[in-house]
Design a protein. Sequence first.
Length: 225
Amino acid sequence: MIKPSVLVIEDEKSIRNFIAAVLEHNGYGVLQASGGEEGVSMASSYMPDAVLLDLGLPDIDGTEVLKAIRKFSEMPIIVVSARNEEAEKVNALDSGADDYITKPFGTDELLARIRLAMRHIRTSGGQEKVFVLRDLTLDYEKRQVTVRGEEVHLTPIEYKILALLSRNHEKVLTHSYIIKEVWGPYVSDNQALRVNMANIRRKIELNPAEPEYIMTEVGVGYKLV
Ligand code: CA
């Protein structure tokens, strides 16, 4: 099972550390940013499964961070606001936040909000829950991949690429399409995709030099068959 990842954008170190500790203890992978610009850039490079965004940041306004992330991703974003920031909270929801949580909050509330936000995204679209192709199985709900009966440990990015290929199997996906879907519009070089694809093949193919699942369409992209 692949750990879901949460990006915490919060300038107050003690709060950030508290949230990170709670999430890690509960099985999440945590990314941390102490400012808005760093947060946007981490969101686009790592494509976390959810974002916890403090509205009161020192460099750019939390709502601007939200709008910047929404330009490239629909990832769940939960805004964190102080009691006296009602207007900012509403503004954030209008700008595309999925949910909000008000300081001070307890660990149960925090975990419940994150679970809920992630469930929204995972059940939207009404797609099938499990993909099976010969000896390869993807369980989208558990984010679990098995090959020849053995669980395969993929990184979150590797999983996203394989899940994308499986949802479009038998179809050629171009390099730029995969990059846009996985990393967002601000990444344009193929290097990271090539490296990740080599790793996926090493993990799922019997012989990565003669792949049976992921085919290369030279100069175009990849196809799962
Ligand atoms: Ca703050």
